[in-house]
Design a protein around this ligand. Structure first.
Ligand SMILES: *Cc1c(COP(=O)(O)O)cnc(C)c1O
Length: 420
C-alpha cells in the first residue's frame, strides 16, 4: 500500500502531480511519500505491540537524514553497519541507546567511535572481533555491550547475493560454535553480554525461515542462561520482503504473529532491523525519456537515469515496475529501458512490455525507495540525483542534486604535473 497513484491520467505522489516536481527540480530524482513511510513504520512497529520490542530501522536501505529522523520521531532505533552510518544516525538525532552496530569488519576507530557514542550493542560476528572490541574498550575505559550474531545455517530462499544466514556466507558465527564464542565473551573483562542476534538475508517472502531461526536462537538462549549468562535482547534482524512484481510476502501482521507466538512467554526484548519493507515501496525514481532507438532485433528506450542511480537491475537482475507518469491509451511495445552509462549492464528493464513512450516523457521506476539512492555512485562522473520528500501538497528537497564541483571534491593534481 502506497501513495503513488493516478489521478485522472497523471501519476501523483500524495497530493502532488509528479510532473510538477520534475518541472521544479529536473530529472532524474528519487521521490518519497511521507504518508507511506509513516504508515509502513507504524504498521510494522504496531504489529509487535504486546511484547517489549524495539524497531531499529536498517539505514543502509536508505540513509537520508530526513528519513532517519522521521523514523526516530516515531520511536525507532537504527541498525548501522559502519562508522559513517553511525555518524549519519547521530546527525539525524537518533538516540545512541537505540543504535545497534552490525557488520563483519568493524575497524578499531569505528569501535571506539561507537563506544564513545554509547550505543545499545555491537552485533559481533567473530571471535577475533570480540577480542578487538574488548581491547578497544579497555583502552578507553568502557564496558562494551555485545550480542553475538549467530549464523543459524538456514536457507532464506532469496537471491544468493542477499542471503546471509547460511554456512557458506561470511556473516555471523556458526551456531555450533556460538556457545564457545559466548564463553570467550564472558571471560573478556571489558565486554558485557546483553543479547543474541541473527539476520538471515534480504527480500524473504516466506515466514518459515524466520520461525526456524527463532527456534534455534531460543534453544541457544536457554543453554546460555543455564550457564549463567544474561541474554536480554533477541535481535531477529531484518529481511522481510516486499512486492516488486508478483511476490507475495507475508504482511507484517502475519510475520509478527508468527514471531509473537514463539516468543510471547519468553523473557526478552525483541529487536527487529527492517529496512526494505519500510522504505522500498515508499519511494520511486523519476526519469525522463531521452531517445528511442530500434533495430531489427531490439527496441531501446534511452532514459536519463542509469545503473549508477539504481543498480539493482544490473547487479541482482531485479525487477522494477515502470510506469508512464502521463497515462494514455497507447499501444504496448516490448523494449529495453536503458541509461546513458557506458556499460551493457546498464539497464533498468529488459524485454519489458511498456506503453510506446515518447522522447521528453517522464517515467516512474517503482519500488525504488530501498537500496536505490543508498547504492548509487558517481560512475561515469554522473552527479548523484536529488532526493525529494512529499507530504500532502508540499515538496521538500531532502538532498540536492550534486553539481560538477561535487564530483572533484578532495582531488588534487600534484605540482609536478602542472610545472612541466
Ligand atoms: C541489510 C540488513 C538489514 C536489513 O535488511 P532488509 O532486507 O532491508 O530488511 C538488517 N540487518 C542487517 C544486519 C543487515 O545487514
Amino acid at each position: 500500500m502506497h501513495y503513488f497513484e493516478y489521478k485522472g491520467n497523471e501519476l501523483h505522489c500524495e497530493g502532488v502531480p509528479i510532473k510538477k516536481i520534475a518541472e521544479k527540480v529536473g530529472t532524474p530524482f528519487y521521490l518519497y511519500s511521507y504518508k507511506t513511510l509513516v504508515r509502513h513504520f507504524n504498521v510494522f512497529n504496531q504489529a509487535f505491540e504486546g511484547i517489549p520490542h524495539l524497531v531499529c530501522y536498517s539505514m543502509k536501505a536508505n540513509s537520508n537524514l530526513a528519513l532517519i529522523r522521521l523514523f526516530v520521531n516515531l520511536g525507532g532505533g537504527v541498525d548501522v553497519v559502519s562508522g559513517g552510518e553511525l555518524y549519519r544516525a547521530v546527525q539525524a538525532g537518533a538516540d545512541p541507546q537505540k543504535i545497534v552496530f552490525s557488520g563483519v569488519g568493524k575497524k578499531e576507530d569505528e569501535i571506539e567511535y561507537a563506544l564513545k557514542a554509547g550505543i545499545l550493542m555491537f552485533n559481533v560476528e567473530s571471535s577475533m572481533e570480540l577480542q578487538k572490541i574488548n581491547e578497544v574498550a579497555g583502552r578507553i575505559n568502557k564496558k562494551a555491550p555485545i550480542s553475538i550474531r549467530v549464523n543459524p545455517d538456514i536457507d532464506a530462499k532469496t537471491h544468493p547475493y542477499i542471503t546471509t544466514g547460511m554456512k557458506q556466507n561470511k556473516f555471523g558465527i556458526d551456531i555450533l560454535r556460538a556457545p564457545m564464542a559466548y564463553r570467550l565473551a564472558s571471560e573478556l573483562p571489558n565486554l558485557k553480554i546483553v543479547g543474541i542476534d541473527c539476520h538471515l538475508g534480504s527480500q524473504l517472502v516466506e515466514v518459515d525461515p524466520f520461525v526456524e531461526a527463532l527456534r534455534k536462537l531460543k534453544q541457544l538462549i536457554n543453554d546460555l542462561r543455564q550457564q549463567g549468562m544474561e541474554v536480554h535482547y533477541l535481535d531477529l534482524g531484518g529481511g522481510l520482503g516486499i512486492t516488486y512484481s508478483d511476490e507475495e510476502p507475508p504482511h507484517p501482521y502475519e510475520y509478527a504473529s508468527n514471531i509473537l507466538e514463539e516468543i510471547r512467554s519468553f523473557d526478552c526484548t525483541l529487536i527487529l532491523e527492517p529496512g526494505r519493507v519500510i522504505v522500498g515501496n515508499a519511494g520511486i525514481l523519476v526519469s525522463k525519456v531521452l531517445y528511442i532507438k530500434e533495430n531489427e532485433e531490439k527496441r531501446f528506450v534511452i532514459v536519463d537515469a542509469a545503473m549508477n542511480d539504481l543498480v539493482r537491475p544490473s547487479y541482482y537482475g531485479s525487477f522494477h515496475q515502470i510506469l508512464p507518469v502521463q497515462e494514455g491509451g497507447r499501444e504496448e511495445i516490448v523494449a529495453d529501458v536503458v541509461g546513458p552509462v557506458c556499460e551493457s549492464a546498464d539497464f533498468l528493464a529488459k524485454g519489458r512490455k511498456i506503453p510506446r513512450l515518447n522522447p521528453g516523457e517522464l517515467i516512474a521506476i517503482m519500488s525504488a525507495g530501498a537500496y536505490g539512492f543508498s547504492m548509487s555512485t558517481n560512475y561515469n562522473s554522473r552527479p548523484r540525483v536529488a532526493e525529494i520528500l512529499v507530504r500532502d501538497e508540499e515538496i521538500y528537497v531532502i538532498r540536492k542534486r550534486e553539481e560538477y564541483e561535487d564530483l572533484i571534491r578532495g582531488e588534487t593534481i600534484p605540482d609536478f604535473l602542472t610545472h612541466s
